[in-house]
Write a protein that binds this ligand. Structure first.
Ligand SMILES: [Mg+2]
Length: 218
């Protein structure tokens, strides 16, 4: 019964990450995507977003080799910006401690994120996410709901997704998972936690939702 967490905005954040993504694309493609181009992107994973920007710029779909080039450039930008000597990303300590507590209790944990896999690995390490949490970053052809389905594959329910954005709730709905919102940016009737929530509060909310979900038909 995987408990899946989004990363950015759910377990912490890398303030200037968006700027770094644009800079990486600028170096790679010889031009930075404009704000309107970025705003026009639908989807919430790097495969989807970078694919749309690639199609806009080059008039052709992005292939896996081009995605790998983007991933390497983006990872390089993050490694350069977030060295051990420079300011650390902002961690949400209660949520991170809850990941550890839930792993201690034997729950399978996944970090399911729209970041390309190597960027996700870098961020997970820099945020200090418990290494028992398996990481599933943005893979070719999959949207976020597809990533959630992949994390759930072969595991009995109940499952759960915690995220901070409307696209997280939409993906949970599409994949048939209950949802907990972190922060107040996601409209809907799901339970909510603040980024400042303490670990015990997070664990209690997770167990409550999973117990309710285990007891409901279907
Ligand atoms: Mg997020």
């Amino acid at each position: 019964m995987p408990i899946c967490f989004d990363l950015d905005g759910t377990l912490g954040h890398f303030g200037g990450g968006y700027v770094l993504l644009r800079q990486a694309l600028g170096r790679l493609w010889g031009g930075v995507p404009t704000e309107p181009e970025l705003r026009a992107c639908t989807g919430s994973t790097d495969w989807e977003i970078i694919g749309q920007l690639h199609a806009n710029r080059f008039g052709a779909p992005m292939d896996e080799a081009a995605y790998a080039h983007y991933e390497a450039a983006c990872l390089g930008a993050f490694e350069a910006a977030f060295t051990p000597a420079q300011p650390a990303p902002v961690a949400f300590p209660g949520l991170l401690a809850a990941v550890t507590a839930l792993a201690d209790a034997g729950h399978p944990i996944w970090v399911v994120s729209g970041n390309a896999p190597r960027v996700l690995a870098f961020k997970a390490e820099r945020l200090g996410i418990d290494p028992r949490a398996r990481r599933l970053g943005s893979l070719p052809t999959l949207d976020r709901a597809g990533l959630l389905r992949q994390a759930m594959r072969g595991c009995p329910g109940p499952h759960l997704y915690l995220g901070d954005r409307p696209h997280d709730r939409q993906a949970a709905d599409a994949a048939g998972l209950p949802f907990i919102g972190v922060g107040d940016a996601v409209p809907g009737d799901h339970p909510r936690l603040t980024p400042e929530a303490e670990a015990a509060e997070v664990v209690a909310a997770v167990l409550r939702v999973m117990a309710r979900s285990a007891g409901s038909p279907g």
